[in-house]
Design a protein around this ligand. Structure first.
Ligand code: TPP
Length: 653
């Protein structure tokens, strides 16, 4: 293997010249050939590499920096991929990718055909379990451990989970199920006191108190001191004794010890940036029997000053200047939907004291952080607990409060039963504001919001809406908070709004359940929804040049829909094209086809449903992905042309 020299100015100010170790590591087996004393340098090099790539390409940032030592030590001590590491969520796995055969391709991460943004079983045998949504790691690792025992294998299984994800109920369901079974299995808690935003909730307080209890820390250092003074010959016995002493005192002095009560052997807290301590502890834990809960403390953003000082902002980043930390991405000029929502939400709450906002650990992603500043007493971050957030909203609604639940479309999938059972079945007026609806872009299939139209349409009593622009989004939200017709959903994309949006007070009201006729033409009617409305208008303009005349209707209410306009349209056009930025199976098109069929028209119009095809859509830039699946101007125009051609074929001459 060629040896190269790394000589470059360090952005932290120091000049270094040294032989690169990372150049000699393609897979963890190469790492394991190094002496332990070299690991510090490896950690520095993987951090530098991560900073270099994300500063140029953008991506998830602070979490990987925080687990640099953990990642190096895990692959150093455990026999990966035979031993199986299950990373939670996967946003912190860039350094894991660097060390597992993907360093060269790292700059392609999040781009079409490039490395996946999170973890993918089909990308690497080291990605044991795919992820993107939080808190699945312990359940999956437990399944892997049980599967291992059933087939008589003997490898180690380690779930690595953050303290933010530990705020999610799923993690406790898994601990509760796994702890008392006695199987070999390790849960590694990476505790950095942060989710994307500061971690919230009682478990977070519990973990913090465990670390900061002065009596506990005093006992720990006392035990360490006794150990260090012990002559080597007596070491083993003393170590054992001291270990037991520490355990007993810990029981006395730390609050709760919830993990021990759940059946795990608790080890920690350990400094997650002390590579030697990690290697040592991992070796011991690897050889322990039964379930172990290992608690490490890390700093999110470690090694990059800007991120250390502001880990919230640096959870993820666009390209940036490594010295100043300033972002390099150009903005489109128009605000993003999420910002328009954030401002509108404040105005809604200013006007109505009953309006409150709920987020599930995504205050900035949903722009509810703006609301928090304006109305702190009416803002609730429930942590990564979407199901709980929805049922909590249902409880609030029983008291006359008007909750707006701001959760990404994809994460709201977690709460489907809560939507059905706790909200809709009781007809409670909860408003679901779904950001990242449709194609989310670089975050890929775990984050695209492709299913919400289908799942919301399937819920009896749910008013399902999709605005064509930011202005209409605010008007729909206002109407939703004023309505007494039970639950509402409003969806919007991860994109800039198509036009500037005035203050809510200057936006004209919309009448409930009405559609909007935008263009007239006799050859075809396009029933367009949400983001596809303006695209459909542009497609109709394109077709006009070929002599094909299309009516375009803005179907902002998907359910209940505008019955009068619907009947008029489907009776007067030979071709009905429905267009939605949502999964086409069971979506708006399928719903409309059924409604048209029920009219029993003779002759019936031909119905073409255009939407996201029945497959998982990969990661990449949003515009490119929309083009690929035919949800752009040319794609919609092509479907109209094909529909008209096919109809002509079927008609008798
Ligand atoms: C179900 C779900 N909800 C929300 C998110 C968005 N999300 C991604 S990472 C993250 C924070 C995770 O915090 P933690 O587990 O402590 O990891 P850290 O980033 O601190 O390393 C959140 C909320 C998600 N991925 N999945």
């Amino acid at each position: 293997m060629p040896v190269s020299f790394v000589g470059r100015a360090n952005y932290q100010g120091k000049e270094r010249i040294r032989v690169s170790l990372l150049d000699q590591i393609k897979y963890p087996a190469d790492l394991r050939r190094l002496k332990q004393e070299h690991l510090r340098q490896v950690v520095q090099e993987v951090r530098d590499r991560h900073i270099d790539v994300v500063s140029e390409k953008g991506g998830h940032f602070g979490a990987s920096l925080g687990v640099a030592e953990l990642t190096v030590a895990l692959h150093y001590v455990f026999d990966t991929p035979r031993d199986q590491l299950i990373w939670d969520t996967g946003h912190q796995a860039y350094i894991h990718k660097i060390l597992t055969g993907r360093n060269e391709r790292l700059p392609s991460i999040r781009t079409r055909h490039g490395l996946a943004p999170f973890l993918r079983r089909d990308e690497s045998e080291y990605d044991v379990f795919g992820a993107g949504h939080a808190a699945t790691s312990i359940s999956a690792a437990w399944g892997i451990a049980v599967g291992r025992d059933l087939i008589g294998e003997d490898f180690q299984v380690v779930a690595i989970i953050g303290d933010g994800a530990m705020g999610c109920g799923l993690a406790y369901e898994a601990l509760n199920n796994a702890g008392h079974a006695g199987r070999d299995f390790i849960v590694l808690l990476n505790d950095n006191d942060m989710s994307i935003a500061p971690a919230v909730g009682a478990m977070n307080k519990y973990l913090t108190s465990m670390i900061t209890t002065p009596a506990y820390n005093k006992v720990r250092s006392l035990v360490k001191e006794v150990l260090q003074r012990t002559p080597t010959g007596v070491g083993d016995v003393m170590e054992e004794l001291a270990g037991r002493m520490e355990e007993s005192l810990k029981h006395l002095l730390t609050p709760g010890l919830i993990f021990e009560e759940l059946g795990f052997r608790y080890v920690g807290p350990i400094d997650g940036h002390d590579i030697d301590a990690l290697v040592d502890v991992f070796r011991r834990v690897r050889d322990m029997k039964g379930p172990v809960f290992l608690h490490t403390l890390t700093q999110k953003g470690k090694g990059f000053t800007h991120a250390e000082n502001d880990p919230w902002t640096w959870h993820a980043s666009g390209p940036f200047d490594k010295v100043t930390g300033k972002g390099l991405a150009k903005s489109s000029g128009l605000p993003r939907y999420q910002n328009v929502f954030g401002k509108g939400l404040i105005e809604l709450a200013d006007a109505d004291p009953k309006v409150v906002a709920i987020t599930a650990a995504m205050p900035d992603g949903t722009s509810t952080d703006m609301f928090q500043k304006a109305h702190p007493d009416r803002y609730f971050d429930v942590g990564i607990a979407e199901g709980h957030g929805v049922t909590f909203a249902a409880g609030l609604a029983t008291q006359g409060i008007r909750p707006i639940v701001a959760i990404y479309s994809t994460f709201l999938q977690r709460a489907f039963d809560n939507i059905v059972h706790d909200v809709a079945l009781q007809g409670l007026p909860v408003v679901f504001g779904m950001d990242r609806a449709g194609i989310a872009g670089e975050d890929g299939p775990t984050h695209h919001g492709t299913l919400d139209i289908a799942y919301m349409l399937s819920v009896p009593g749910m008013t399902v809406t999709a605005p064509k622009d930011g202005r209409e989004m605010l008007a729909l939200l206002r109407l939703a908070t004023q309505s007494d017709s039970g639950p509402w959903s409003v969806r919007w994309p991860r994109a800039p709004v198509p036009a500037e949006v005035p203050h809510l007070r200057d936006i004209e009201p919309i009448e409930a359940h009405t559609w909007e006729l935008l263009r007239n033409g006799g050859d075809c009617v396009i029933l367009a929804t949400g983001t596809m409305v303006l695209t459909s208008v542009a497609a109709a303009e394109l077709l006009e040049a070929d002599g094909i005349r299309c009516t375009v209707v803005n179907c902002r209410f998907l359910k209940p829909y505008d019955r009068d306009v619907f009947e008029e349209m489907v009776r007067s056009h030979p071709l009905v094209l429905t267009v939605e930025e949502g999964q086409v199976t069971n979506g708006f098109g399928a719903f409309m086809a059924r409604e048209i069929d029920a009219l029993d028209l003779d002759p019936p119009p031909r119905v073409v449903a255009v939407g996201i095809p029945d497959q998982f859509i990969e990661h990449g830039a949003r515009e490119g992905l929309l083009r690929e699946i035919g949800l752009d101007v040319a794609g919609i125009a092509a479907r109209v042309r094909a529909g008209i051609g096919r109809r002509a074929e079927l008609e008798p001459a």
